[in-house]
Design a protein around this ligand. Structure first.
Ligand code: B12
Ligand code: SF4
Length: 380
């Protein structure tokens, strides 16, 4: 079989197995990205979640010898939740970003890519393949951009004309030399909605993100959240969506093509109070299958405490006091104290004062002082 015929068969097969968009790119070195990554590294703008050296991230031949092409795939995910649970005053809820709704996308895309790899190998036994989704060395976005899946938006996301930016990306490197697709033209024009809406100024300029200031990143850190970001999270407990929500390309976009990505309302928008006392086993059972659990329960619990503070949820005060007094983790005790101060009831302040007598951790004590300071200047 010649490669043009195989290319068409791959496209046809991709539709059968539920791939929403597929594109072909050369496996040439990503020279522009290499300079970009060096610059980002020098500026300290990376998240630390990126895998591999700059060479591995930009030279596909280092990952698969004889690499000739990369096949990029995109699967659309929903932007709206059917059966949205109500967020009541008595039972406040947090929210996971849309990219963490339903079953962990790594599994789903890997499954599709492995099917593609098997298909290619069956038709073309001399083919070699390597599949990647998110955790591989390559930039999934740079690959998708080169393969004509979408253009690279000022919010740094790959935006497809069909599904907006609400797509997951993955790729397959192969030694088969396919004819490449053509990249799309930039579609942002003079729009700056995402730059204007980013609450932390993390989008330094169109297409450049300081990940250290990005709330999507900050929800995933395990230490105390720096003060300046605490009031900006709202009820997001994992990831952040504002730079996508404001994008005109996402306005009327809501695809429910894959049952796997349908959010379970009580998981994607969980009640906040029960998250404070969740056991490891319950955590695994409830959240273990979603992408947002990969950092464990601590960052989510810290963010849940901040969300309760954000809501000034007086019904949570007793449970938060118990957390402040008993949790073995300083980040959790300290964040509980800060959020209790933010809620600002007499009971909350009295509990902080009492806890200060027993607390020995310096950082937690500092958070307690910050919590008490809300008594002088109440949180707005
Ligand atoms: C690290 C990481 C993060 C970090 C840093 C994000 C970032 N913008 O760099 C944090 C934790 C903040 C993050 C957040 C999110 N992430 Co993330 N993340 C990654 C990861 C693992 C690596 C990204 C990376 O290397 N970044 C370094 C930058 C420099 O490169 P890049 O963005 O990959 O590539 C672009 C730029 O380099 C740019 N570029 C290159 N040269 C030049 C030169 C100039 C002058 C300019 C202007 C631009 C430019 O073009 C490239 C293509 O668009 C990828 C998976 C992967 N292996 O690629 C997922 C990935 C990018 N994340 C993804 C998602 C869904 C998200 C979130 C939407 C999740 C959420 N809701 O919270 C947010 C979006 C925030 C944002 N605006 O980026 C998807 C993106 C899908 C899409 N449609 O674009 C990916 C591809 C995962 C996947 N496989 O689906 N993420
Ligand atoms: S909001 Fe506007 S500038 Fe930002 S990515 Fe979307 S179209 Fe581009």
């Amino acid at each position: 079989m010649n490669t043009d015929q195989l290319r068409q068969e791959i496209i046809d097969y991709s539709k059968e197995i539920g791939i929403d968009k597929i594109g072909f790119a050369s496996a040439d070195v990503f020279a522009g990205l290499k300079d970009r990554l060096k610059r980002q590294q020098e500026l300290g703008y990376q998240s630390g979640f990126e895998k591999g050296s700059i060479e591995e991230r930009t030279e596909p031949g280092r990952l698969l010898p004889e690499a000739k092409s990369i096949i990029s795939i995109a699967l659309a995910y929903p932007s709206r939740m059917n059966d949205r649970p109500t967020n009541t005053k008595e039972e406040r809820r947090g929210v996971f970003c849309r990219a963490s709704w339903g079953v962990d996308y790594h599994q789903v895309l890997r499954d599709r890519l492995e099917k593609l790899a098997d298909f290619i190998q069956e038709k073309f036994p001399e083919a070699s393949t390597k599949v990647m989704v998110d955790t591989g060395e390559l930039s999934d976005r740079a690959v998708a951009e080169r393969a004509g899946i979408g253009f690279s938006g000022k919010n740094t996301s790959i935006i497809t004309p069909e599904f907006g930016s609400y797509v997951y990306l993955g790729e397959l490197i192969t030694n088969v030399p396919f004819v490449p697709d053509t990249p799309l033209e930039d579609g942002c024009g003079s729009c700056t909605k995402c730059l204007d809406a980013c609450p932390t100024g993390a989008l330094v300029q169109g297409g450049q993100l300081n990940a250290q200031r990005c709330l999507a990143f900050l929800t995933q850190t395990k230490d105390f959240l720096p003060d300046e970001f605490r009031p900006k999270l709202g009820n997001f407990i994992y990831g952040f969506d504002t730079c996508q929500v404001v994008c005109p390309y996402n306005k009327h976009v809501d695809f429910h093509n894959h049952p796997e990505f349908e959010p379970e309302p009580d998981v994607a928008k969980p009640k906040l109070k029960p998250m404070l006392r969740i056991s490891n086993r319950e955590f695994k059972e409830t959240f273990g299958h979603i992408a947002g659990s990969w950092r464990g329960k601590k960052p989510l619990q810290r963010n849940a405490l901040l969300a309760l503070g954000h809501y000034k949820d007086e019904t949570a005060v007793d449970e938060m006091i118990a957390v402040m007094n008993n949790d073995p983790r300083p980040v959790i005790r300290g964040t509980a104290a800060w959020s209790l101060g933010k809620i600002g009831t007499e009971e909350a302040f009295a509990a902080i004062r009492e806890a200060m007598d027993k607390e020995t951790d310096e950082q937690v004590l500092t958070e307690m002082e910050k919590g008490l300071a809300f008594a002088e200047t109440p949180a707005t």
